[in-house]
Design a protein around this ligand. Structure first.
Ligand SMILES: NC(=O)C1=CN([C@@H]2O[C@H](COP(=O)(O)OP(=O)(O)OC[C@H]3O[C@@H](n4cnc5c(N)ncnc54)[C@H](OP(=O)(O)O)[C@@H]3O)[C@@H](O)[C@H]2O)C=CC1
Ligand SMILES: Nc1nc(=O)c2c([nH]1)NC[C@@H]1CN(c3ccc(C(=O)N[C@@H](CCC(=O)O)C(=O)O)cc3)C=[N+]21
Length: 300
């Protein structure tokens, strides 16, 4: 049986449209324009692509987009000064510092310098703590996008066995928190997990956030399970011509799609939802900063 393909691109377009509607109302009723600032350090071409498409979609949603490109050699103090300036800027409601940062910069220090109310990535320790204790917080965009797709596919997730492969602070851990919040029985697997194949086979919901191209084969997937592929890996694609590349996820799509009940593709799955959730978080941050009731259904 072939899996149902979860269309993240279409879901994200719907979510962005919803956000744009709320943004228009904020402008009309309160004269407020949500603003998102993105800080990019260095010249990594893949990162520049994300920053560009984020900027474009921000403007399309009716928000203000601010971009700060800094040299690879920027000092930690200079970067912290940029963050401080954005914290104090009333036109900026959301701040995203693109990760990873160059090795000479302490990422934790920079992330924790962001005003938690403007931390639309949800990476600040106080947002992490709020999420972990089930309190209102800013929720990391990638896991939030995954949760939205899972809820759409299943309605209630209560009692399902969820396996998250990967334990990073930006994807794996917050994903596990959100699934636990929806009453899944959650297992977090990582590079030291024993018999990963068998652990994965127990999953009704399998989330792959590993960073290894096509690592998870179809015979690790329980028949009928829902597979969420967070991985974004660029691999050589000589079949498309010399020097060509293509994007693949952390699961082997062809074999997993034969066994799974539903699966997200790469591209067109989790990635577009991440950006849509970033816009949604910026809207939510703007509402909270101005004491305006936030729209329902946009947070976890
Ligand atoms: N779609 C989107 O919007 C986004 C996509 N991504 C993509 O998601 C993927 C994961 O990103 P991120 O969480 O930042 O990555 P990290 O490199 O920070 O974390 C990877 C995790 O995978 C685990 N891992 C590595 N190798 C294995 C293995 N052989 N078996 C089991 N576990 C393993 C690591 O374990 P250990 O801790 O033991 O080292 C680690 O916990 C990447 O492909 C990234 O590009 C990331 C962010 C957003
Ligand atoms: N502070 C911070 N927050 C992040 O959320 C963050 C980050 N740093 N660093 C990098 C990762 C990666 N990430 C992606 C977002 C969207 C797509 C996306 O939209 N991908 C498209 C394809 C894009 C293409 O074709 O290149 C898709 O999957 O369909 C991918 C990757 C956010 N990240």
């Amino acid at each position: 049986m072939a899996a149902k393909v979860i269309d993240g691109k279409a879901f994200a377009a719907k979510l962005r449209e919803q956000v744009a509607g709320h943004v228009a109302r904020l402008k009309a009723d309160h004269g407020i324009v949500p603003g998102l600032a993105v800080v990019l350090v260095g010249e990594d071409p893949a990162s520049q692509v994300y920053v560009r498409s984020k900027g474009k979609q921000t403007v399309e949603a009716g928000m203000a987009s601010f971009e700060h490109k800094l040299e690879d050699s920027v000092s930690e103090a200079e970067l912290l000064a940029v963050v401080e300036k954005l914290n104090a800027d009333p036109e900026v409601h959301g701040i995203l510092v693109q990760l990873p940062l160059p090795g000479h910069i302490n990422s934790d220090l920079v992330i924790n310098a962001i005003d938690p109310a403007k931390d639309v990535d949800g990476f600040h320790i106080s947002n992490v703590g709020l999420l972990g204790t089930g309190q209102k917080s800013m929720v990391p965009c990638t896991p939030l996008g995954c949760l939205m797709m899972l809820r759409e596919a299943h309605g209630s997730l209560s009692g399902m066995n969820a396996v998250v492969v990967g334990r990073s602070n930006i994807v794996g851990k917050p994903m596990a928190q959100l699934l636990l919040g929806d009453s899944c029985t959650v297992t977090i697997a990582h590079s030291r997990t024993k018999d990963l194949a068998e652990v994965c086979r127990g999953a009704d919901i399998l989330v792959a956030a590993v960073g290894r191209p096509q690592m998870i084969p179809g015979d690790w997937v329980k028949p009928g399970a829902t597979v969420i592929d967070v991985g974004i890996n660029r691999i050589d694609a000589p079949e498309r011509g010399e020097g060509k590349t293509r994007l693949v996820g952390d699961v082997d799509y062809a074999s997993c799609a034969e066994v799974a009940g539903a699966i997200t593709p790469v591209p067109g799955g989790v990635g577009p939802m991440t950006i849509a959730c970033l816009l949604s978080n910026t809207l939510v941050a703007t509402c909270r900063a101005n004491g305006i009731a936030e729209p329902e259904g946009l947070t976890a």
